[in-house]
Ligand binder design. Structure first.
Ligand code: ATP
Ligand code: MG
Length: 280
C-alpha cells in the first residue's frame, strides 16, 4: 500500500510535542513539512516517505530516511532535533526559524530590476562560512534552504544531505545529488558517471553563487529548460559554458568567480563573506 499524500502528522510527533496548532508548509514527492505549534514553541516537522517509481522517475528510497538523517546531523551540529519512525519512513522535529527565503526576500528588486541589497547575501555567506569552519559541508544549498530572519541573520535549513560527522549507517545513504541547477559541474558529472558524488566546500560555494544569481535575477544560468529529463539537465550543468552572469558590478564578478567550472578557482565561503562585508 502506498502512503497517502501529504504524509499525515505521525502519532509519535503528537506524543513528543503535544501540538496546539498544525499547518501544512510543503508537500512534495517524498517529503511533507508541517509547521507545528506547541504551548511554548514552534517546530518544523518533516515527514519522509519513499518515492514510488513512475514512467518519468525511477523512484527513490532515501527520502524515507532523510528526516532521521537530518535530525542526526542537527544533533551532531549541537542543534535541537528529535526524530522517529512512522509506517512509511522517518520524521523529525526541529525548531522553526522565522523569516523568508533569499528568493522571496529579493522579489521586489528582481521584479523592479534594481540591485539586490547585499546585507542578506553577506548573512548567507556568513552562515555557510560558519558551517564550513565547523568542518561540515551542506550539500543542498539553494535559495529555499536559506532563511533570512527578522534581525537580518541567515539560518541554513535542509541538512539531510550534509557531510562532516559520524552519521550511523542505520540512517545514512549515498549522496543522491541536489536540486540540479545548484549542482556544481563536477558533482553533476560524478552523478552521471557513478550515481553519486562527494559534496565539498567548493560545491557549496558554487550552489550559493547560483542561489545569489537566481534570487537576484530570476534567471537560470544553465542553458537547458527546467522541465528537461534530469540526465539532460545534469549534462547541461556538467558541460558549461552557461549563460553569462547578468548581475552588474562587483557582486556579478563575485558570482562569476563562485560559478567557476574549476572548483579550485572558486573563492572559499569565508572569502565570499569578506568580499560582501565590504559591499554592504
Ligand atoms: N526549521 C525550519 N524553519 C522554518 N521553515 C522551515 C524549516 N524547515 C523547513 N522549513 C520550510 O519547509 C520547506 C521545506 O523544507 P526542506 O527543504 O527542509 O524539506 P525537504 O524535506 O527538503 O523537502 P523538499 O523536497 O520539499 O525541499 C522550506 O523551504 C521552508 O519553507
Ligand atoms: Mg529541501
Amino acid at each position: 500500500m502506498e502512503p497517502c499524500s501529504p504524509c499525515p502528522l505521525p502519532r509519535g510527533v503528537a506524543v513528543a510535542l503535544t501540538p496546539t496548532g498544525v499547518r501544512l508548509v510543503t508537500n512534495r514527492r517524498g517529503s511533507t513539512v508541517w509547521d507545528v505549534r506547541t504551548a511554548a514553541e514552534r517546530y518544523a516537522v518533516k515527514v519522509g516517505r519513499p518515492v514510488p517509481e513512475t514512467d518519468e522517475h525511477p523512484g527513490q528510497d532515501w527520502t524515507g530516511v532523510a528526516p532521521a538523517r537530518e535530525a542526526v546531523v542537527l544533533q551532531l551540529l549541537d542543534m535541537f532535533a528529535v526524530y522517529g519512525t512512522w509506517p512509511y519512513g522517518t520524521w523529525n522535529a526541529q525548531p522553526w526559524h522565522e523569516g523568508t527565503s533569499l528568493y522571496e526576500l529579493w522579489e521586489p528588486q528582481r521584479d523592479g530590476g534594481s540591485p539586490a541589497p547585499l546585507d542578506a547575501a553577506h548573512a548567507c555567506a556568513d552562515a555557510l562560512a560558519v558551517l564550513h569552519g565547523a568542518g561540515w559541508v551542506h550539500g543542498d544549498i539553494h535559495p529555499a534552504h536559506v532563511v533570512i530572519g527578522p534581525d537580518g541573520t541567515a539560518t541554513l535549513i535542509g541538512f539531510a544531505l550534509a557531510q562532516g560527522g559520524p552519521v550511523p549507517d542505520a540512517v545514512d545513504f549515498p549522496y543522491p545529488g541536489s536540486v540540479i541547477p545548484y549542482e556544481s559541474p563536477e558533482m553533476s558529472r560524478s552523478i552521471l558517471e557513478t550515481g553519486t558524488a562527494v559534496p565539498t566546500i567548493a560545491s557549496d560555494v558554487y550552489a550559493l553563487g547560483v542561489a545569489f544569481l537566481v534570487s537576484a535575477t530570476g534567471r537560470r544560468h544553465v542553458a537547458c529548460p527546467g522541465d528537461a529529463p534530469r540526465a539532460v539537465q545534469r549534462k547541461a550543468v556538467a558541460t558549461a559554458p552557461y549563460h553569462p552572469v547578468s548581475v552588474p558590478g562587483l557582486f556579478g564578478k563575485l558570482i562569476e568567480a563562485m560559478l567557476s567550472p574549476v572548483p579550485g578557482d572558486r573563492p572559499t565561503s569565508a572569502e565570499v563573506r569578506s568580499v560582501l562585508a565590504c559591499q554592504r
